[in-house]
Structure formats: structure tokens, C-alpha cells
Design a protein around this ligand. Structure first.
Ligand code: GTP
Ligand code: MG
Ligand code: ZN
Length: 246
């Protein structure tokens, strides 16, 4: 199950009975990679596989698409570079989704519905019924599940402005960052939070560039949010779930 935190720090289910989380971003609207990171954390912590899709590669100017997705590939996530307008990499996407129950998540306007529409002809018919936002653009307002021809199910979900994983689901040591999981075994302290502790292998890797600096900053922001949300829930509340191992 993919879940998120409310502002009060409570966990809330987003979608259940999934096998794969497809995190979509694009050069336009201006990408917020912290949102991508946080969806990946939520997926990893929930034991769900994740796929990163950079869509609208037809709009990229001045740098190779591989540069925009390098940090995710280095973390160990599979990455695809797609364009629904040019039909790019849609075959590879179809293959990756075969027999999966996959939810498409990400910022509004990155092309989640367009990608699903390119793979499921029936979804295009539904797009005609979509609501329009304040600027008159089509936008998805509720989640909807489609059968993928040949096997599998795709779930379209409304775009977000921000996303915070449910804190009870987060792995306390790495917060769902696979790099922190890998690097953290070399930290001096077993309960290292990878912030200001001495001999922290995670921070050192970020300083020398072997751990992507943005991903590390994302980790630090999520660590702060994690502390804030736990604070917001107040004392005496049983945190439940996996955090009890702390
Ligand atoms: N240039 C270009 N435009 C695209 C591509 N894919 C989608 N778009 C356009 O991007 C806009 C938003 O696409 P949607 O599929 O509605 O995006 P969404 O992620 O479902 O948005 P929400 O439902 O609001 O979350 C539409 O105008 C699409 O035509 C692409 O590969 N290249
Ligand atoms: Mg949509
Ligand atoms: Zn550390």
C-alpha cells in the first residue's frame, strides 16, 4: 500500500494492492525532484518496486535526458525516457507494466493520463470527461483503474503539489533511500541519522560526490519533516508500525 502523511502527521492510504509505483516527472511543468524522491521513499519503505519515468523528452533542451535521471539510476531505480507525443519508449513502458498493478503518480501536468491513454485505448475516451482546472486545462480529479491489454492494471491518480510519505511506514534508518541503506553500514554509530554525526559515511559520500548531493539534501529535508510530523502528533501517541524498532 502506498500511503502519505496528513499535515497532522497521521498516515493515510493512497492506493492499495499495488505491485509497482510509476513516478512521473517532466521538463515542464518545472520539475520538483524532491517530490520524485519522496514517492520513491514511500514505495521503497512499503516494499513496493518503483519505476521512474521522465516524460516529455521532446521538450528537453540543452542537456541529455540521462543527466536529468542519473541520480535515480545511480540509486538503483529503473528509469525510462518517454514522450507520448513522439511515441518514444512507450514499448519499453508497456513491457515494464506487463502483469503489474501500477499506480502513476507525480506533479500535475507531467503526462500521467497521457501515458496511460497511450497504452490503454479505453482511457482516452475517459479523458474527454475530465475536469478542467482554473486555467482551463484538463486535470485528473479522482483515481481510476484501467485494464492493460495483455495483462496488468494501471491506476491514474490526480497530480499533486507536494507529497509526504506516511511516517509510520518509513524505515527509521534510511527513510527509504537505497543509497543511505547501502552507505550507512559504514557509519561509526549504528543509530546514525546521517546529519552531523562524526564519521558518517553517508554525509562523507555526499561531500565527495559519490552520493548525489540533491538526493542527500532530499534525505535531510525528509529527516526534518519526519521529526516535525512526529512532533505534530504530540506525546503519548503510539507511533505503531515499523518505527517501534528504533
Ligand atoms: N510535449 C509533450 N506534451 C505532453 C506529453 N505528454 C503529455 N503532454 C501534454 O501535457 C499536458 C498534461 O498532460 P496530462 O496527461 O493531463 O498530465 P497529468 O499528469 O495527467 O496531469 P494531472 O491529471 O493534472 O495530474 C497535456 O496538455 C498533454 O498533451 C509529451 O510527451 N510531450
Ligand atoms: Mg491526469
Ligand atoms: Zn551516518
Amino acid at each position: 500500500m502506498l500511503s502519505r502523511s496528513t499535515l497532522r502527521g497521521d498516515g493515510e492510504p493512497v492506493v492499495a494492492n499495488l505491485s509497482l509505483v510509476v513516478v512521473v516527472f517532466a521538463p515542464l511543468p518545472s520539475p520538483d525532484l524532491f517530490i520524485v524522491d519522496r514517492y520513491l521513499c514511500a514505495a521503497s519503505s512499503a516494499g513496493l518496486r518503483a519505476l521512474v519515468v521522465l516524460n516529455k523528452v521532446d521538450l528537453i533542451e540543452g542537456m541529455p535526458a540521462t543527466e536529468l535521471t542519473a541520480s535515480f539510476r545511480d540509486a538503483g531505480y529503473p528509469v525510462l525516457h518517454c514522450s507520448t507525443t513522439r511515441g518514444e519508449d512507450l514499448g519499453a513502458l508497456r513491457e515494464a507494466l506487463h502483469e503489474e498493478t501500477a499506480v502513476f503518480v507525480g506533479q500535475s501536468g507531467v503526462g500521467k493520463s497521457s501515458l496511460i491513454g497511450a497504452l490503454v485505448p479505453q482511457a482516452q475516451l475517459v479523458t474527454g470527461e475530465l475536469d478542467r482546472d482554473a486555467e482551463g486545462r484538463h486535470t485528473t480529479t479522482s483515481s481510476r483503474l484501467y485494464d492493460l491489454p495483455g495483462g496488468g492494471q494501471l491506476i491514474d491518480s490526480p497530480g499533486v503539489r507536494d507529497f509526504a510519505p506516511a511516517i509510520d511506514m518509513l524505515e527509521a534508518r534510511s527513510l527509504g533511500f537505497p543509497e543511505v541503506d547501502r552507505l550507512g553500514v559504514a557509519c561509526r554509530f549504528q543509530d546514525c541519522q546521517h546529519l552531523r554525526e562524526p564519521a558518517c559515511a553517508v554525509r562523507e559520500a555526499a561531500e565527495t560526490g559519490s552520493f548525489d548531493a540533491r538526493r542527500y539534501e532530499s534525505y535531510r529535508r525528509l529527516r526534518r519533516l519526519y521529526a516535525q510530523l512526529r512532533e505534530a502528533r504530540g506525546p503519548g501517541r503510539n507511533t505503531g508500525g515499523r518505527n517501534q524498532r528504533e
